[in-house]
Design a protein around this ligand. Structure first.
Ligand code: C2O
Length: 500
């Protein structure tokens, strides 16, 4: 267990998580990376040391703390090209931030190119007090003990090449099977999650996918959702969860079935291998006392899927602003487009600027039109209600998981719904956008600095599906007081360029 402070070495390593050896980039030399955890209110000090040598996958890096607000610490967000320059090999960057007002399930990953697809990611959990003592849902579960074997369940793809549109394998807790053809029965070991009977477990499901969305289920068991993306929800019982790249759910699983082995399934959309033959897309839920064997269970006959509109926050502040469409102080409309292998937001492809947006602001740029990349930065005044409409134009059919840094937002209109909900919409940090439909989110600008808004299919971000929202630009130099010197963010960018 890593805890909340220490050195996190970023290394190259050959591993075979699905039975086929490949080179990777790993945090702490393990996949997924070590669990970083603390309690609400803790200060985190993570010194990221770049030990990378394999130039074929890129040797500079950064770590983004996905879902952590970074109130007043925009410069610790870890987004290369937005808040800092990439960390260079042989260098290190110490991330210092506190988490005063959030508890739940987060993750960390590289924010350079498509580097997290090479393995650089891990779980990040903030407990609501020691052992979750202040968690309003604490009475609903018996076990949430941080043991990796039954704790964070992560599904990801392994792509052989970055250009491969298809994932080869699905991994759960870093294990899975590559299934080539019927003649080569796969044998790589699967993750085994061991549970004792008669208990209620909190499982934290994190999608560290680079592309596919996954339908997650466990044979014979219901899943009661109590948290989505770091925000407590009213309990909602389902047995099948569609989880998009970067989304997280805490679910309660009651071990109320006969002692046995049960399949845990994470089936990808068309971007990954289909079906469950030979144990692909699967892990094993094993009751103590069950034989050391693979399950023979089948999927539930009655599928109760999660529908995002059925999720409601536990404490329901309602969406900010006037409860009608366009009833916000600022309304931004974005159309997602796809053309010639590239992606566009309102016709503009995001091209990472050589000087990160934050550093541009500190150097004196004040207006969106002065901030690079041109046409991709939008400045937002502080203390306003923002409504963003994301319309999927010619954007391929699949749900595009849109993530906003620095905030959780209210999903007042889910992509799959025809209705607005301003009263008790789910509040989260990643939601889907579908071709031909509009997703509408709202939030209040209370967090100074530039924040990425982007598709979390990493190949799409790399191909331009992103914008930057620069919040309170004029406040940046007075409101942000970095622990480290500004020029640590970009040692190569002369501090004399910074006009603070
Ligand atoms: Cu998971 Cu830009 O982030």
């Amino acid at each position: 267990v890593f805890g909340s402070s220490g050195d996190l070495h970023i290394v190259n390593k050959d591993i075979a998580p699905d039975g086929v050896t490949r080179s990777t980039i790993l945090a702490g030399g393990v996949f997924p990376g070590p669990l970083i955890s603390g309690n609400k209110g803790d200060q985190f000090h993570i010194n990221v040391v770049d030990d990378l040598t394999d130039t074929s996958m890129g040797v500079s890096t950064s770590i983004h703390w996905h879902g952590i607000f970074q109130h007043g610490t925009n410069y610790e967000d870890g987004s290369a090209s937005v808040t800092q320059c990439p960390i260079q090999p042989g260098d290190s960057f110490q991330y210092d931030f506190s988490v005063p007002d959030q508890a739940g399930t987060f993750w960390y990953h590289s924010h350079v190119g498509v580097q997290y697809c090479e393995g650089l990611s891990g779980p990040f959990v903030v407990y609501d007090g020691p052992n979750g003592v202040n968690d309003p849902h604490r009475a609903l579960y018996d076990v949430d003990d941080g043991s990796p074997s039954r704790y964070h369940d992560t599904a990801r793809q392994v792509a052989d090449t970055l250009l491969a549109p298809l994932a080869n394998s699905t991994l759960i807790n870093g294990m899975g099977r590559f299934f080539e053809n019927l003649c080569s029965q796969p044998t790589a070991p699967l993750a085994v999650i061991t549970v004792s009977p008669g208990k209620r477990y909190r499982f934290r499901v994190i999608s560290i996918s680079c592309d596919p969305n996954f339908t997650f289920s466990i044979d014979g068991h219901n899943l009661t959702i109590i948290e989505a993306d770091g925000v407590n929800t009213q309990p909602l019982t389902v047995n099948s969860i569609l989880i998009l790249a970067a989304q997280r759910y805490s679910v309660i699983l009651e071990t109320n079935q006969p002692v046995n082995n049960y399949w845990m399934r994470a089936e990808p959309d068309a971007a990954g291998p289909q079906g469950f033959e030979g144990g692909i897309n699967s892990a094993i839920l094993r009751y103590e006392g069950a034989p050391d064997a693979e399950p023979t269970t089948s999927m539930q006959a009655n599928i109760i899927p999660l529908n995002e509109v059925d999720l409601h926050p536990l404490e329901s502040p309602g969406a900010p602003g006037i409860p009608v469409p366009n009833g916000a102080d600022v309304v931004l409309n974005f159309t997602l487009g796809f053309d010639g292998g590239l992606f566009f937001m309102n016709g503009v492809r995001f091209i990472p600027p050589s000087v990160p947006v934050l550093l541009q602001i500190l150097s004196g740029a004040q207006r969106a039109q002065d901030l690079l990349p041109q046409g991709s930065v939008f400045d937002l005044p502080l203390g306003k209600v923002i409504e963003i409409n994301l319309f999927g134009h010619n954007a391929l059919g699949d749900p595009h998981p849109f993530h906003l840094h620095g905030h959780a937002f209210d999903v007042v209109k889910s992509a799959g719904s025809n209705f607005y909900n301003f009263i008790d919409p789910v509040r989260r940090d990643t939601t889907g956008v579908i071709q031909g439909r509009t997703t509408t989110i709202r939030f209040t600008t209370d967090n100074v600095g530039p924040w990425f808004l982007h598709c979390h299919i990493d190949f799409h971000l790399d191909a331009g599906l992103a914008v930057v929202l620069a919040e309170g630009v004029e406040e940046v130099s007075s409101a942000l007081h970095p622990v480290s010197a500004w020029n640590n963010l970009c040692p190569s960018y002369m501090s004399s360029n910074i006009s603070t």
